[in-house]
Design a protein around this ligand. Structure first.
Ligand code: ADP
Ligand code: MG
Length: 259
């Protein structure tokens, strides 16, 4: 689904991503974690075709990402960037409808199937009461749900999500991860997401990739990758990993590592 070869990328003269080789297979749900500034957002920008790498290659379904017409790429892969530069002057319903433009074109009206997908995404993310509200008049969490709903309406096989549950209250954080997990399993959607919360990454991913200073430090099963020693080394935090009720083990932060 997604494959990179010796990927290097950065800003101006500063190299950020350093020789990234990764492969994400169909139907996988993978989290990228790493400290602030480790290159997580840069990785998603490059994979989504929104930023040019300095060298190396990216293949989406075996085709180089920049060989796609933007409309065709948007039918295969949806991207939720971490930050909005500006809040656009649209209502929730208009924003979610943009998810259908790769299929209808900008000037065409939505067919019944498109309208159904928009309505469905609005329902899934609890946005019924806000459909006609301008994005600027929502809370950060409501706006974030509207943005995710747009990527759902896009109905692509691949989702790249940069901190999808940022701004959300704890209930919506879990709700969104549960919706994504269900979507991943029921429809074999491939999901690559940046998550901040390590316990959420552990619980909701088949696989976790740890970035450190633009390099892949670890890549594997969440329980192996999010170990006490990796967290101490990469995140500079002492943790205890504790068995909780049921099958889950929880990461309990104890203190920052002292230099
Ligand atoms: P993360 O998402 O892991 O917190 P980013 O990928 O956003 O990290 O950033 C990685 C590094 O690149 C940081 O040091 C950041 O300051 C730098 N950076 C990010 N965006 C830009 C930009 N537009 N111009 C210059 N430097 C940037
Ligand atoms: Mg980021």
């Amino acid at each position: 689904m997604i494959k990179t070869e010796n990927l290097n990328a950065g800003y101006e003269n500063k190299n950020i991503l350093n020789n990234i080789n990764l492969q994400i297979n169909k139907g996988e749900m993978v989290s990228v974690v790493g400290p602030n500034g480790s290159g997580k957002s840069t990785l998603l920008k490059v994979l989504s075709g929104n930023m040019k790498p300095d060298s190396g290659e990216i293949f989406i379904n075996d085709v180089e990402v920049n060989k796609y017409k933007s409309k065709n790429l948007a039918q295969v892969m949806a991207f939720l960037p971490q930050v909005l530069k500006q809040i656009p002057q649209f209502t929730v319903e208009e924003l979610v409808s943009f998810g259908r433009f790769p299929y209808t074109g900008w000037n065409q009206s939505l067919k019944q199937e498109d309208l159904d997908k928009v309505k469905n995404a609005i329902n899934i993310f609890d946005l019924n009461n806000f459909e006609n509200r301008l994005l600027a008049k929502l809370s950060g969490g409501e706006r974030q749900r509207a943005r995710i709903a747009m990527t759902f309406a896009q109905d692509t096989d691949i989702l790249l999500l940069d901190e999808p549950n940022t701004f959300l209250d704890i209930s919506h954080q879990y709700k969104i991860l549960e919706i994504l997990s269900e979507y991943n399993k029921a429809k074999e959607k491939t999901i690559l997401m940046v998550l901040h919360d390590l316990n959420q990454a552990k619980r909701f991913s088949d696989r976790v990739i740890v970035l450190e200073e633009g390099k892949i430090f670890a890549d594997g099963h969440p329980d192996e990758v999010l170990s006490e020693s990796v967290l101490e080394k990469v995140f500079s935090v002492n943790v205890k990993i504790s068995k909780m009720e049921g099958e889950y083990k929880s990461i309990i932060p104890l203190s920052a590592v002292k230099n």
